[in-house]
Design a protein around this ligand. Structure first.
Ligand code: F0G
Length: 459
């Protein structure tokens, strides 16, 4: 059992103060925020596990790279440094920078998705799902059944179900599927990796049907590290070589660089098809900026070029993945159920098991998240019915996700073991009085991406 993890492969040179405000203040802040943790002020949060997106600590090399940023509008040196890194790691023919992952998704969707076209994946993240729907398209999640069972220790629970994918393509046909995707690691399903074997099978099925294959690569380095650790035949292959192999299977990728490129802002869109690339550039100019900066400052491109390599560093990845496993283990030792095995970037508490008395339509993971802030000033994020329940346009009924999760997302290179011990101790206190927690109802909810701006009332 993981009782500790490798010491941080860095030491701390700059600090950022955090403070725990009083319980009464926390209660007031919750009310003011409409019980939506997104609406809290960051300064009122003690430990922020809302997301690992853009929240990592940059290294001294990245800060130094910022100073080298070339702010030329077109053809900046920063762009060419990023281009060299992108070509070296991912190997696609063409790329553009974007300001973050969803901008890449938006542009790809604008180019390829039309009303009533389907885009299958293992599981789309919420922004991908919404960008496809925003163009009238239909996202489909075809992950293996094991993903729905939090206790199942399958080493690659992010895998696509190949039989489901074949049946899906047979049902809708190539004309209805402009491209297929896979998300590595599968964030919506617990930060679970996809095996190389599965990636190869998925690529083959898409390509046999003539469907272009795109990878959502937000956490590709963590996924490749899991392949090295868990998949037969990869023990002695470097994470970078595993990444090269992974991307050689695909026709393109979208990436939020705010995760495994350890930058505070940035994204990438890569493709091999020249005509699609022309269209992407035109969309990019409309929405993001000139193709050599794509909505970013030159310095951001330089920080990304350095961060892409740091995210692949195997000492860093060993520490990072073990840190996540440590928090999960501490919770499991106290009888708090989390998705097994621990994911790469987050621990997912199975709120519907901890709070079986709260039904999905009263949002058990929202309730647990609110309580975690109330008890300890800690912010997690609901990944359950607030985020994913949706009204099916075909049968006009509500579809609820299989799991109600509270994600404790771990920013990169930010918190230490004592922070995680505090998080675990706080959740243990809540567990001892879990049966007293109540559900929530919406007082406001927008149609798409409602978790960001919804407001709630306790029941
Ligand atoms: N794809 C995946 C798998 C993601 O996890 C995210 C973002 C995106 C795409 C979109 O990228 O935020 O740069 O526009 N996930 C964050 C999270 C927000 O908290 O999981 P973005």
């Amino acid at each position: 059992m993981t009782t500790t993890y490798p010491p941080e492969p860095f030491r701390i040179k700059v600090t950022e103060p955090i403070r725990l405000i009083s319980r009464e203040e926390r209660e007031t802040k919750l009310k003011e925020a409409g019980y939506n943790l997104f609406a809290l002020k960051a300064e009122d949060i003690f430990i922020d596990l809302l997301t690992d997106s853009g929240t990592g600590a940059m290294s001294q090399e990245q800060w130094a790279a910022l100073m080298r940023g070339d702010e030329s509008y077109a053809g900046a040196r920063s762009y060419h440094r990023l281009k060299a890194a992108v070509e070296d790691i991912f190997g696609f023919k063409y790329f553009v920078p974007t300001h973050q992952g969803r901008a890449a998704e938006n542009i790809l969707s604008a180019c390829l998705v039309k009303p009533n076209l389907w885009v299958p994946s293992n599981m789309h993240f919420d922004t991908t799902d919404a960008n496809i729907r925003a163009r009238g398209g239909r996202p489909a999640n075809l992950v293996i059944d094991e993903a729905a069972d939090p206790a199942n220790p399958h080493p690659f629970k992010g895998n696509m179900d190949i039989a489901k994918l074949k049946a899906f393509i047979a049902k809708y046909g190539r004309e209805k599927i402009p491209f297929g995707m896979i998300t590595v690691t599968n964030n919506a399903g617990g930060g679970q990796p996809v095996s190389m074997e599965n990636l190869k099978a998925v690529a083959e099925v898409y390509h046999e049907a003539g469907i272009p294959f795109f990878i959502d690569a937000a956490r590709y380095a963590e996924n490749c590290y899991f392949i090295q650790q868990r998949e037969p035949g990869y023990k002695h292959v470097s994470v970078k070589d595993i990444a090269r192999e992974m991307f050689s299977l695909a026709d393109g990728m979208c990436m939020s660089a705010k995760k495994d490129a350890i930058v505070n802002i940035g994204g990438l869109l890569c493709v091999n098809d020249e005509i699609l690339f022309q269209n992407i550039k035109n969309e990019l100019i409309l929405r993001e900026g000139f193709p050599t900066y794509g909505g970013l400052a030159g310095r951001d491109l330089d920080a990304m070029a350095v961060g892409l390599y740091e995210g692949l560093d195997e000492n860093y990845l060993a520490y990072r993945i073990a840190q996540t496993a440590y928090l999960a283990q501490r919770l499991n030792d106290a009888g708090i159920p989390t998705i097994q095995p621990a994911g790469g970037h987050a621990v997912y508490v199975v709120a519907n098991q901890l709070l079986p008395h709260i039904p999905n339509y009263e949002f058990p993971a929202q309730s647990l998240g609110v309580e975690l802030y109330r008890e300890g000033g800690i912010r997690g994020v609901e990944i359950g019915s607030v985020m994913f329940a949706c009204l099916d346009p075909e049968d006009n009924t509500w579809h609820y996700p299989a799991l109600e999760l509270l994600r404790l997302t771990i920013p990169r290179r930010v918190y230490t073991q004592s922070h995680f011990d505090y998080v675990a101790d706080t959740l243990c206190k809540i567990k001892s009085r879990a049966s007293g927690l109540r559900g929530y109802k919406f007082t406001y909810a927008p149609e798409l991406l409602r978790h960001f701006t919804a407001r709630f009332e306790p029941l």
